[in-house]
Design a protein around this ligand. Structure first.
Ligand code: ZN
Length: 347
């Protein structure tokens, strides 16, 4: 079975919120999308594990609003740096605990990911979604990189000292707000110098253009879809996709139904045909080497036919039925991620 490497999950957030323990992730549970038994049965080989810090006291996302014909959710308030760094350290503690229990193998190189992908543990790369924990002098990067951090999204959707993200707005484009701040540009340059991946998912259009101008690495959106199919602010316009394609970059298809369904509704009813339309569109612009998956497991409503990571085998079956041949299936499942890791991090 060809294993999937996945561009984005929120398991560490789920653990930080006390909703699931490392032992439950090892033994199996019903509180989320990822555990080791289901990963094995579905064919999940590994992925990017996100460090994400919720705004303290902010209400949960208004799911009812995201089931309407159109919506524009207010973004939570920015997060203070000291709080963010504290919570990020907690998340890193959970990452280490998963490694201690032989649930994951922490990886910092493409070779390590490739070696761990077949199992029995998950090949795990540490990612940070929103760089609130990093101050203007960038000094926190030493500690975070030493802890294994290999990928950073300068923003989740709420604003940071680095730049502006897109709100959960439908219908809309990502052309909302100004580009990266001076601190954001400095962060991208420093990530380049340290060969840390810069993730474009959640960034607005002006910010994406700024990263494209500054970065010398392939452009990557770890968990984003095609705006031409689902006109959500979080989805990438053809112009953005062409910027990514020009750098031999990569887009990981998000399984969140509000980014798959053409009507933007965050409901589980979401036939695989929607996902396949995104796939075909992304392949038409990015080519066979530029498309992969970025599930948003534990962070989104998934299609009912997938359910959780144990349902990945149904994605594999659907791709085969769609005429995807074994070499392309292997690229989509993990080869393209390995290629971009090598190009960004070095061999
Ligand atoms: Zn996200």
């Amino acid at each position: 079975m060809i294993p999937f490497f996945d561009g984005h999950n929120d398991l560490l957030l789920k653990m930080s919120l006390g909703r699931v323990t490392a032992e439950e992730v090892r033994d199996g549970h019903a509180n989320g999308h990822i555990d080791l038994p289901r990963a094995r049965s579905g064919g999940l080989g590994g992925g990017f594990f996100a460090l994400y810090v919720p705004t303290p006291g902010a209400p949960a996302m208004d799911m009812e609003a995201m089931r309407q014909d159109s919506y524009d959710l207010p973004l939570p308030a920015p997060v203070d740096q000291a709080h963010a760094l504290d919570r990020v350290r907690t998340g890193i503690g959970h990452f280490r605990r998963l490694a201690e229990l032989d649930i994951i193998t922490p990886c910092t190189t493409a070779a390590e990911v490739e070696a761990a992908l077949p199992g029995p543990t998950l090949a795990a790369v540490l990612h940070m979604e929103g760089a609130e924990a990093i101050g203007p002098d960038l000094s926190e990067l030493d500690e975070l990189q030493a802890a294994g951090l290999r990928s950073i999204g300068p923003v989740w959707s709420r604003p940071t000292i680095h730049g502006h993200g897109v709100p959960f707005r439908y219908p809309a484009t990502s052309d909302i707000g100004p580009g990266l701040t001076a601190a954001g540009k400095a962060l991208v340059r420093e990530c380049n110098r340290r060969r840390i991946m810069v993730d474009l998912s959640h960034l607005n259009m002006a910010g994406l253009r700024d990263v494209a101008e500054i970065s010398d690495a392939p452009l990557v959106a770890t968990h984003s879809n095609a705006h031409a199919i689902a006109p959500s602010a979080r989805c990438l316009t053809d112009e953005e996709l062409r910027l990514i394609a020009a750098t031999d970059g990569l887009v990981g298809i998000n399984f969140g139904t509000c980014f798959l369904r053409p009507d933007g509704k965050f409901i589980a009813d979401c036939p695989i045909e929607h996902l396949l339309r995104h796939l075909d569109h992304l392949l038409s612009i990015l080519g066979e080497d530029g498309v992969a998956f970025g599930s948003d497991f534990d962070g989104a409503v998934l299609p009912d036919w997938m359910g959780d990571c144990g349902g990945l085998f149904r994605l594999r079956e659907g791709l085969v039925r769609h005429g995807i041949d074994p070499p392309l299936l292997e690229k989509l499942a993990h080869r393209n991620w390995l290629r971009v890791m090598r190009a960004t991090w070095g061999a």
